[in-house]
Design a protein around this ligand. Sequence first.
Ligand code: SF4
Ligand code: SF4
Length: 329
Amino acid sequence: MPFITDLCAVYSAAGVHCIDLAADLAVVRAAREGLDWVEARTGSRPWVMVSISDGKDIHFRKAWFDPHKCPTDCPRPCQTVCPVDAINKTEGINLNRCYGCGRCLPACPLKLITEQAIHLEHADIGPLVTEIQPDAVEIHTASGRLQAFEQTVTALMSPKISFKRLAISFGHPRNNLGFEELAQELWERHNCLRRHGQKPIWQLDGRPMSGDLNLSTEKPALRLWQIIGPLTPPGPIQLAGGTNAKTIQYLPLTNHPAGIAFGGGARKLLQPLLLEAQTRGTTLRDWPEGWQKAVSLAKGLVNPWLSRHSQPKSCQTKSQNFITTKPTK
Ligand code: SF4
Ligand code: SF4
């Protein structure tokens, strides 16, 4: 939780427009602590968005194993591949740190690690958002799930909260669907949002949870945007899933998506400083030198996108530039 508070504070100070969090009250409280801290010093504050799903989705899972079953001489490859140090000898997987990337699952030679889906029932959505009061909600959806999407939106609307946007996250088409059929499904989701008086953000999830891998992971989101971008309904388009500092270099000069969502890449950038603060027994907010370094790193990621505001409108496909970070996903 202290990491989440620091991550949210740093990226808030760097100027992101939105922080995207797991729909978990403890996580949102930790994030708001960081946002309050920055707002008291700068007067600015990004939106808080929480994520839910209308079906099975890899963003909504945790890994688990029983550490008592591990041989004492195991070289612990699971621990080596975990990008957030969520695995340790005594407790196995720290569920507060695990964000479900799945990299440890194939790493165990004894196949001891399993995935556990996190599923929010429709009946629980209304009470949860009532308690959290987010500015925006992201709904992860996929082709073939229109009915589940509509039920999710209906559940979300039941407490009559005024959301600034609903972000619709989707990836490459599944079930042998083509891109045109996927676009048709997005238009049906657009119609659903309109019936409920909601405005969308279309989030193109290229290669989910891979932005920290440094393996050309930005390409799938860019390809998805090039193919599906012109077919999407009205609303800002964000690149997501595998995005990193290189993404902006691959954009054509005259035709840009509205914004970007950074996940694993943004976390990885600050991980050494977060760990150093922990080793010093403090937080980035209480360690001025670490804070300066962290904000400077975060600005290096965020500023090239913020500076696109100054480009002529004719160079942007949509009028709103929109930058999100995802500390817990
Ligand atoms: S799923 Fe990813 S974050 Fe979770 S323990 Fe495994 S490697 Fe770490
Ligand atoms: S790789 Fe498998 S056996 Fe080894 S420590 Fe990890 S979970 Fe245990």
